[in-house]
Each structure stands twice: as structure tokens, then as C-alpha cells.
Design a protein around this ligand. Sequence first.
Ligand SMILES: C[S@@+](CC[C@H](N)C(=O)[O-])C[C@H]1O[C@@H](n2cnc3c(N)ncnc32)[C@H](O)[C@@H]1O
Length: 275
Amino acid sequence: MKYRFVRERENYEDYASGRVLLGMPGNPAFPVRLASEVFQRCAAIHRAQGRTGPFRLYDPCCGAAYHLTVIGYLHLEQVRRIVGSDIDPNVLDLAEQNLAMLSPVGLGRRMVQLTAMRDAFGKRSHADALASAERLRDRLRAWPAGQYAQVRLFLADATDPAALGRALEGEQIDIVFTDVPYGWHSEWQTVENPDAGREMPRTVHGTGTVWLMLESLRGVLAERTVVAVAADKAQEVVHAAYQRLQRLKVGKRQVVILRPLAHGGRTAHSRAGRV
Ligand SMILES: C[S@@+](CC[C@H](N)C(=O)[O-])C[C@H]1O[C@@H](n2cnc3c(N)ncnc32)[C@H](O)[C@@H]1O
């Protein structure tokens, strides 16, 4: 994939998972450069239609909200609100801690922890993490107080339209950016059987889990919403009620950017023009 926005590889050590921000244990962190590129592509699609932001972002499989928090930092001025949900209550605790670090108070709490660890163990890694946290704090301080992104988290199965409908009533969402379970380290789950990998109903297009998520999102998205889904290449990111705008292939991942079609769409699989 050719990066259009983040053309140069930058040093993202301040955002490394497990340093200041928290990652999901045993789960590879979403690449920072890719998160920034995808967010900027989504924002560019809005801008091409005259919507300049700042934007309201939602992730229905937010995990630790690591990539949402990274985007919140890298694009402070472009993000007004971040909403995340997940089926797993344990990860929402991590998500809460991460998203709290988008304000000086939450970041301050993490700095207290890192200082205590540095003093107790004298490890270089804690001192480095503290230095990163100070740089993140400087980023926040450069931004007017009171204009930090608002955050909200809730528990929901992303494939359950009723749950999303209830929880997102009244929410305006400009960008959905989700990193769905890949089956490498995290599996799709259901409320009925949260511990098992989900046997998904097959759809005409194939495996179907992402389809179910897109189907349940339809009820809560506006026509203008831009939806980016990161998945492994085996999962089909298709739904007849969405228009595919872009598909990026990065290593084992694909990222598909779509938008809901007006009136639910008529074609079996619309792949109309790149934006
Ligand atoms: C790859 S992880 C997301 C990691 C996240 N991008 C981050 O940066 O922290 C996928 C997440 O999907 C969640 N998940 C699995 N099945 C789900 C479902 N049916 N509804 C909502 N979330 C689900 C898992 O609990 C896991 O947290």
C-alpha cells in the first residue's frame, strides 16, 4: 500500500503499546502509522464533501481503545468525540484508562503510576515511559483547555442491531474505524457464548461476521458516515448496502473504507469509484 498522508515513517515510540498507553495483553497493537493514515483518508473523504471536522469517531470492537487513543493524540484538532464499545467488559477497563489519557487529568494519573514504578524498580523502561508521557502532556498542553475529545464507552455485541441502536440513540457518528477480531489473537464472540470463537452464519459473500456488524451499524449511521474496517484478508468486508471506496492491503491486514448507500443500496456488491 502507498501511504498518501503519512508518507515518511516517523518515530512513534511515545505511542508504543505498553509504554504509556496500554495494549490488550497478547494482542498485537494496531500500527500507529496505519491508524493515522486510515483516519486521514476518512477525514479527506469528508473534506471532499465540504465537511471539515472536527469529527466524531466510533469503534464497535474497541478493545483497549489503543488505536482510538493514538488517533486522539495524533489528530487532536480533528477529533471532537470518541465512542467505543466492545463485547468484553474486561477490555473496557483498559479502554477507559487509555481514553482518559486524552486529558491532562487522566494522563497525570498514569504519570503518577509510572513515577512510582520508576522509583520502586529503577528500570530504564519506566524512566523512558515517563519521558514519553511528558512529551504527550506537552502535546495536550498545546491544545486549548476544555477542547479535549469527549469520550464514551459501553458494552455491546457489535453484531446486535438492537443493542447498538439503543446505545447509540442520539449519537452523531462521522467516522467508524474498527479493527475487528482477526482470529490470530482475538476471536469474534457473542453474548450467549462469550468464551468461544463464533461459528458465523454464512452469507452469500462468505464468512459473514463483518457483514453482520455492518448490518447492525446500518441502523445507527448517517449517509455521510465513513466506515473503515481493518481485518485479516480472509474476512470479507462487504455489504450490499454500502459502497466500497478504498481497499488497502498492508501485510496480513486489509483495511476497507466504505460508506452506507442511500436507501440501503440496490446492487449486490457495489465497488463504485475511489474517492
Ligand atoms: C483486534 S481487537 C481490537 C483492538 C483495538 N483496536 C485496540 O487498539 O485496542 C478486537 C476486539 O473485538 C472484540 N469483539 C469480539 N467479538 C465482538 C463482538 N461480537 N462485538 C463487539 N466486540 C467484539 C474483542 O473483545 C476485542 O476486544
